[in-house]
Design a protein around this ligand. Structure first.
Ligand code: NDP
Ligand code: 2IT
Length: 448
């Protein structure tokens, strides 16, 4: 069987075994499409069945999450945790609370997390979890009761040496606090490394909140530097207005860029004078409000319903930081037509396979999610280190380590892309570098 036939057969098995899981199929396809040159060069990966093992999670738990709303009615949500791969370290990855969460979403995220985590160079395996619970419009009391019920089931599967969840969409500092508080009540003791993204006052790391957004900018900055370019005077469009988006905007502005637009799931604001980030923080971090409110105090800016149309705004650098598949082929073509120079994927799998093709064919610098958004989980791993040592580093110390990690991920990806015949293609580079780290760790441990 040729390498191409072999990779196709692995993909076929994944689609047959996991029917109706379009997002999971997509993540696996993007990954497998990068691997032919590795399997041509090193046949032992095929002989040892490493891929067949990688695409099958070590474990997937799904559970009932019953809770009582403020009106006294019983609600039932579904919880998930996928423990995908522990070759390199304890399972590590966020929890997503969003109505769209299902097994396919959790598995695509968990699969990508394996390779992303290995690129950080830190000892963390791949996992992910979440629920179809929607925190939007819920009171603090409802969110707390939901989180307490969620962890009352999940607690038996996690631990600081086995599986360490953190935040993702819909899970921020408030939710991590509620989850941690209840975990401690059940387990006893203070196992501070069981969750990351904790508040600074009870074991959290400085710079974790900023890490994904800052890390994405550090990564894009490396891509720009290699072409003799920079963020200075660049026009930037950032989708989303959540954790990743806000700190990507903050660092881009610090490096001299002008961010002219951001969004939420309802629509986007375009502010040609530059987005007022303090207002966005106030609306989103404090008020849990809608981005449409922005124009009430900034009448010169415009609000447009429909979040995907944000890519119609001409920009030099586009940073999708909201959710999966938010840039399709048509949006990618429009960005290229309007002269985009670089894309940094702050979100997970924000570009469809067709959109990625458009960017690569047009020689747009493209920082794929696994590499470009690894800063969040990297600083989560640094939070685990600080918890183990029972000390905390300064913001500058953590930020400086984050910068080194992002540069290293960039260099690993470039090197792999060159070594395996696709120079400059960081999708291929990140997939191959991530794969080699994990595959070699698996093979060293036998048939596991
Ligand atoms: P937040 O919940 O803080 O923010 C999410 C943002 O994206 C909100 O503005 C939200 O709008 C918007 N959004 C969510 N779902 C959709 C949708 N279906 N369509 C349009 N917009 C949507 O999440 P994060 O900032 O933490 O996460 C954003 C992305 O970054 C996700 O893909 C996540 O997996 C990824 N990521 C996060 C990391 C982290 O450390 N937090 C690390 C690495 C990647 P609205 O409020 O209207 O829902
Ligand atoms: O997608 C991601 O990398 C995250 N949501 C962060 C995971 C983590 O464990 O910090």
């Amino acid at each position: 069987m040729s390498v191409e036939q072999y990779l196709n057969s692995v993909y076929e098995t994944v689609t047959q075994r996991n029917p109706h899981e379009a997002e999971f199929h997509q993540a696996v396809k993007e990954f497998l499409d990068s691997l032919a040159p590795v399997f041509d060069k090193y046949p032992h990966y095929q002989e040892t069945g490493v891929l067949e093992r990688l695409v099958e999670p070590e474990r997937l738990v799904s559970f009932r999450v019953p809770w009582v709303n403020d009106a006294g009615q019983v609600q039932v949500n579904r919880g998930f945790r996928v423990q995908f791969n522990s070759a390199i370290g304890p399972y590590k990855g966020g929890l997503r609370f969003h109505p769209s969460v299902n097994a396919s979403i959790i598995k695509f995220l968990g699969f990508e997390q394996i390779f992303k985590n290995s690129l950080t160079g830190l000892p963390i395996g791949g996992g992910k979890g979440g629920s179809d619970f929607d925190p939007k419009g819920k009171s603090d009391g409802e969110v707390m009761r939901f989180c307490q019920s969620f962890i009352t089931e999940l607690y038996r599967h996690i631990g600081q040496d086995t599986d360490v969840p953190a935040g993702d969409i819909g899970v921020g500092g408030r939710e991590i606090g509620f989850l941690f508080g209840q975990y401690k009540r059940i387990r006893g003791g203070n196992e501070s490394g069981v969750l990351t993204g904790k508040g600074i006052g009870y074991g959290g790391s400085l710079a974790r909140k900023e890490a994904t957004g800052y890390g994405c900018i550090y990564f894009v900055n490396e891509m720009l530097k290699a072409r003799g370019d920079s963020f200075g005077d660049a026009t930037v469009v950032v989708s989303g207005s959540g954790n990743v988006s806000i700190y990507a905007m903050e660092k881009a502005v610090e490096l001299g860029a002008k961010v002219v637009a951001c969004s939420d799931s309802g629509g986007y604001v375009h502010d040609p004078n530059g987005i007022d980030l303090e207002l966005v923080k106030q609306l989103k971090e404090v008020g849990r409000s809608r981005i449409s409110e922005y124009v009430k105090t900034h009448p010169h800016a415009t609000y447009t319903e429909g979040s995907t149309r944000i890519w119609e705004i001409p920009c030099d650098i586009a940073l999708p930081c909201a959710t999966q598949n938010e840039i399709d082929e048509a949006s990618a073509a429009l960005l290229v037509k309007n002269g985009v120079k670089a894309i940094g994927e702050g979100a997970n799998m924000p570009s469809t396979l067709e959109a990625i093709d458009v960017f690569l064919k047009n020689d747009v610098l493209f920082g794929p999610a696994k590499a470009a958004n690894a800063g969040g989980v990297a600083v989560s791993a640094l939070e685990m280190s600080q918890n183990s040592m029972r000390l905390s580093w300064t913001f500058e110390e953590v930020d400086s380590r984050l910068q080194d990690i992002m540069k290293n991920i960039y260099q690993q990806s470039v090197k792999a892309s060159e070594e395996f015949g696709a120079p400059g293609n960081l999708v291929v580079g990140a997939n191959i570098a991530g794969f080699l780290n994990v595959a070699d760790a698996m093979l060293a441990q036998g048939v596991v």
